[in-house]
Design a protein around this ligand. Structure first.
Ligand code: SF4
Length: 76
C-alpha cells in the first residue's frame, strides 16, 4: 500500500462511543467533538497505517476507511 493513496475516512456517529482510542492512535486525523464523539477532521492527517490501526482498534468498528479515488473499502 503506498503512502500517496488518498483516503476517505468517516466515523458513524450512531456507533461511536467516544472512548478516544482513534484520537490516541491518529491524533491528526480524528478529533473528539463537543458531543464526545469522534470526527474524521483530516483524512490525510496521519499515515495510512496509523489510520488503519485506529480503525482496527475502535472497539465498536465505527470507523470506515475507503480509497477516495477507487472507492475500495479498506476497513472494515
Ligand atoms: S475509537 Fe471508535 S468509539 Fe472510540 S472515539 Fe474513535 S470512533 Fe469513537
Amino acid at each position: 500500500m503506498t503512502e500517496t493513496r488518498k483516503l476517505r475516512v468517516r466515523v458513524d456517529p450512531q456507533v461511536c462511543v467516544g472512548n478516544a482510542m482513534c484520537e490516541a492512535i491518529a491524533a491528526n486525523t480524528f478529533r473528539i467533538n463537543d458531543n464526545r464523539q469522534s470526527e474524521a477532521v483530516n483524512p490525510d492527517g496521519d499515515s495510512i497505517d496509523n489510520i488503519l490501526e485506529a480503525a482496527e482498534n475502535c472497539p465498536v468498528s465505527a470507523i470506515v476507511v475507503e480509497d477516495a479515488e477507487t472507492g475500495e473499502r479498506l476497513f472494515p
